[in-house]
Ligand binder design. Structure first.
Ligand SMILES: *Cc1c(COP(=O)(O)O)cnc(C)c1O
Ligand code: SF4
Length: 341
């Protein structure tokens, strides 16, 4: 009997691009002509949550500007090491919501599958930044336990692939997973929560749109961009390709001090999203994860800012300002929250 190893395929262009991203914050700053001290660079923060940024995302930053809104999202700084009461490693109660290996089932009708712990970019404010648990949820043993759970619960009509970033997985693995989901009769919708089409638009190639476009499931892609400078012509092209593959495109952002905590940034973000064929969905109040306290905008200020945004934009370009409370049946609206006292 002749046994053959499976054919070795070339890595896709996006995978090469991904591998070439910045992993050393000093190199990143040198590219921008910045001094580490002037930017508050912290090797300790980098050691705690490694730096990772695609080159194409860095190309959208303003050289010489330590306050650049894209740089702030990815640069490990000394602020991250400040102790902050009320901040912890699992701010949204993910561990308690795990129903099967990798499955977070918090809300009626939709279940979230942590398909991988990996991301193309490491966002300093990420609520899963303190993982190992994201990595642990996305088990090396594969998705069989998760699929069994989803098959066994007929109330699940929508499966959300999240992570990490599901699009950091190769297309053959993703397509195989989606084929399994398509075989579950009660699953109607597939949702992807991904930042890759924004930070590495090369990810949206013919291989991806090929299997995505052919799915029997209704497809929703929720992108993640926080500032209008993230949205280039290449991102718009990636969005157009996803739409052509039949996907409904939405965006979620996080309200971040020093990044998008002003009226102009938020309105320009909505306008730029619309121009790219994407509707704003959620603007999240920051989850209180260890290391991210310096990004927080107090609720009262967030509400006032958001009221100003609402007064400027049509309703369909106004995201919902939400926060997550562990145990709640849905994301909660910050404008409706009753503040004690
Ligand atoms: C945010 C989230 C969802 C999606 O909520 P929608 O309001 O439908 O966007 C689903 N599952 C989990 C675990 C979530 O955290
Ligand atoms: S892409 Fe999403 S999951 Fe990954 S680090 Fe950024 S916010 Fe976190």
């Amino acid at each position: 009997m002749i046994t053959r190893s499976p054919p070795r395929t070339q890595p896709a262009a996006w995978q090469r691009e991904l591998a070439q991203g910045f992993a050393d914050p000093r190199q990143l700053l040198a590219t921008l002509g910045l001094e580490p001290e002037a930017c508050g660079l912290s090797p300790g923060a980098h050691a705690r949550f490694r730096t990772r940024v695609p080159r194409g995302f860095v190309a959208r930053m303003r050289p010489g500007d330590p306050r650049d809104p894209l740089l702030r999202q990815v640069l490990p700084t000394t602020d991250e090491l400040d102790a902050a009461p009320g901040y912890g490693p699992d701010p949204v109660g993910d561990r308690a919501a795990e129903r099967a290996q990798g499955v977070l089932h918090k809300y009626r009708g939709r279940a979230l599958l942590v398909a991988t712990g990996a991301c193309a970019v490491h966002c300093r404010y990420c609520f899963r930044r303190e993982f190992p648990y994201a990595e642990a949820l996305a088990s090396a043993a594969g998705w069989s336990e998760a699929l069994d759970y989803l098959r066994g619960d007929p109330s699940v009509h929508e499966v959300i692939l999240s992570g990490g970033d599901p699009l950091s997985l190769a297309d053959d693995r993703l397509a195989a997973l989606v084929t399994e989901l398509e075989g579950v009769a009660h699953v109607r919708r597939l949702r992807l929560h991904t930042r890759l089409p924004v930070v590495l638009p090369e990810r949206v190639d013919a291989a991806l749109t090929g299997w995505l476009g052919a799915s029997r499931l209704a497809r929703v892609v929720v992108l993640h961009a926080n500032h209008p400078n993230e949205l280039t012509a290449e991102v718009a092209r990636a969005a157009a390709a996803l739409r052509a593959a039949g996907c409904t495109l939405l965006n979620q952002s996080v309200l971040l001090r020093g990044v998008n905590d002003h009226l102009e940034a938020l309105t320009a973000l909505s306008e730029a999203l619309f121009a790219a064929g994407v509707l704003p969905y959620y603007l999240h109040q920051l989850d209180r994860v260890t290391g991210a306290a310096h990004f927080a905008v107090p609720d009262s200020e967030a509400r006032a800012l958001f009221e100003a945004v609402r007064a400027r934009l049509p309703g369909y370009l106004t995201p919902r300002l939400v926060f997550e409370a562990p145990g709640a049946p849905a994301k909660l609206d910050l404008l409706e929250r009753l503040t004690p006292g």
